[in-house]
Design a protein around this ligand. Structure first.
Ligand SMILES: [Zn+2]
Ligand SMILES: [Zn+2]
Length: 608
């Protein structure tokens, strides 16, 4: 029997409200694909099934069909196999939730690239309603109501109606809902044209790999904010040196994942990729300008301006072509050469934000940033007991294959019902399995943990009698995101004051493009974290990166220890660690600031 793994991680179990946010789903699908490049069309088919479900729900013809389409969509999204292979082998109906009707539609779509059934459904509603459903919390039912009751057909009309207070007249709407709709529209607009690092970085690497394999290159690198590991980026910059620019341009503009060639020239070309629609710029540099060009295009702008000023003070001129005294080249071939000629040590790309790194470099006080190789384990991971996809054994094997010494399993607590939180009894059985695993495994160990909800009053979702027997406890805010700052801060601090709570996960609970951070007085929270020796998490999940770099830096300045965790809901997501490490480096964290650089014994002692 083939393995058809249904991925239940689309809602990461952390209370996401993006139930019908098609864009959010597609984004997550794209992120996940970063680790699974072979199943390109699965997400396309899943998106199609979700759209049919939404349109059917809007039509209100049948209550059950939308549910079946959504179920099928989720299964397809989580398939471990390529859906085209399944179709070819006549095995589509083995996918959970895919019956005869849906299987036929998938066949047709895969063969013809379109589906008349969907085209017909689309004609029933104005296309702008799809944008409206991308607002967190707005599903097909609300979209239908907006359309039929208020004749709203697109985001601009919705914004106007909310501003004029016309939404509150709708059944089930309040003033508060109008505010939320406006906030949602702003989040959407702010996110337009931006891509998560979780999408952009793998894509940048794919371009570099493709060029390196197929074109006559001497050097190649991505630059820009992707290289600085910024959590969201607009476009990708690729730099190369070559003796044959025309050949490189040809390979670049004909990559299999190019949707559109915007510009094609000897030293600069621009393409857009499919399916992301992301802009990728290629620049051909002279070898003697490689370092200065890499610096120039990596940025950020403020960092570069400050370096230029430093150069001017020395009677030098710095630009993308090199560092010059009059006509004479002083440096330019490597970044280190350029920094050295300015009497500076090499500054890591993640720090180049002009937030004090040049001053620190001048003073000889640059931190030695933590690296992925320093990480010995991951303490935030879910299994299929709650909302994860893989079993305890599969997660353990994947973590061990990554070279880790340990993996902490932190499944959800009972009040998080959407994530199938564990009852006390089930948790005890689970811990028993972990202990049993450890008796058999010598070089690799599991840690028994929990991601326990912090309830509204700051108490924990499990009693202390349960928490105290675990190796470590993560506390998380997954509910009541809209509490006022004073109450929210008190809530989180109360959790930290519980002596069993060791880590606060995704402390601000934000989700990029979907949910704003909760209202916390972070100065107070970090002071309390230092006092109670509670570790703050840098959550590596690409739409979280929480704490972000600046907050991680602030926490460190308060004397707080940090941990970099992936919040994995499947074995592939363990690879998100790199995004967390990048974020930590943006926060200037060193190995000694990050507790999961400790050995298995050290970390057990640390949390005791
Ligand atoms: Zn969580
Ligand atoms: Zn989690």
């Amino acid at each position: 029997m083939p393995t058809l793994i249904a991925d239940r991680s689309m809602d990461d179990g952390c209370g996401s409200a993006a139930k019908s946010a098609l864009a959010g789903r597609t984004t997550r699908a794209l992120i996940r694909r970063a680790g699974v490049p072979s199943t390109v069309r699965n997400d396309e088919v899943a998106a199609l099934l979700y759209e049919i479900a939404d349109l059917l729900e809007m039509s209100e013809e049948d209550r059950f069909r939308p549910i079946s389409y959504r179920r099928a969509a989720r299964s397809v999204e989580g398939l471990a196999e390529d859906i085209e292979d399944l179709a070819r082998q006549g095995r589509l109906r083995q996918i959970p939730g895919v019956g005869e009707a849906i299987s036929e539609k998938i066949q047709t779509y895969l063969k013809e690239g379109k589906l008349d059934y969907l085209e017909e459904l689309r004609k029933r509603f104005p296309p702008g309603l799809a944008d409206i459903m991308r607002i967190p919390g707005v599903g097909p039912k609300t979209a239908r109501q907006l359309y039929f009751d208020l004749k709203i057909t697109n985001l601009d009309e919705l914004r106007a109606a909310a501003e004029q207070g016309r939404l509150r007249k709708l059944k089930g709407f309040k003033e508060k809902s109008e505010e939320n709709v406006l906030k949602g529209i702003n989040l959407l607009k702010a996110g337009q044209g931006k891509f998560l690092l979780g999408i952009a970085l793998p894509l940048a690497e794919r371009v570099v790999a493709h060029l390196t394999a197929n074109a006559p290159l001497d050097q190649a690198s991505y630059a820009g904010s992707v290289r600085r590991m910024k959590e969201e980026v607009h476009d990708i910059d690729i730099l190369v040196t070559t003796t044959d620019p025309e050949a490189v341009t040809r390979v670049f503009t004909t990559m299999p994942f190019v949707r559109e060639v915007v510009e094609s020239g000897r030293t600069k070309s621009i393409v857009r990729t499919a399916p992301e629609g992301m802009q990728v710029d290629l620049r051909v540099l002279e070898p003697k300008s490689w370092g200065s060009g890499l610096m120039y295009f990596t940025g950020n702008k403020d960092h570069n301006i400050k370096l230029r000023t430093l150069a001017q003070k020395r009677g030098l001129k710095l630009n993308e072509y090199g560092l010059f005294r009059e006509e004479e080249t002083v440096a330019g071939a490597t970044e280190a050469d350029v920094y050295r000629a300015l009497d500076l040590p090499y500054i890591e790309p993640e720090m180049r934000e002009d937030t004090g790194e040049i001053e620190a470099a001048v003073a000889g006080k640059l931190p030695a940033l933590v690296t992925e190789a320093d990480i010995r384990g991951d303490l935030h991971a879910h299994t299929n007991l709650t909302d994860g996809v893989n079993t305890l054994e599969e997660m353990a094997a994947a973590a061990q294959a990554k070279g880790y010494a340990y993996l902490g399993l932190s499944d959800h607590s009972p009040s998080l019902r959407v994530a199938n939180g564990l009852s006390e009894d089930h948790l005890r059985i689970h811990v028993g399995h972990i202990r049993e695993f450890n008796r058999k495994s010598r070089d690799f160990k599991l840690l028994a943990g929990t991601e326990c909800d912090i309830l509204a009053d700051g108490t924990m979702d499990y009693p202390d009698s349960v928490l105290k027997d675990l190796d470590y406890v993560i506390g998380s805010v997954h509910t009541r995101f809209k509490m006022a700052q004073k109450e929210m801060t008190a809530r989180v601090i109360r959790a930290m004051e519980n002596e069993n709570v060791d880590i606060i996960a995704h402390p601000t609970a934000r989700k990029i493009g979907q949910r704003e951070p909760i209202a916390l007085d972070l100065e107070k929270v970090f002071s309390a974290a230092a006092d109670t020796r509670t570790v703050m998490e840098v959550n590596a999940y690409p739409d979280r990166t929480d704490l972000n770099g600046p907050y991680a830096k602030l926490a460190k300045e308060h004397g707080v220890s940090l941990i970099i965790d992936t919040d994995s809901h499947s074995v592939e997501q363990l690879d998100y660690m790199r995004f967390g490490v990048g974020t930590a480096r943006r926060g200037w964290l060193e190995k000694r600031d990050v507790v999961n650089t400790k050995s298995h014994e050290e970390i057990l002692t640390f949390f005791r």
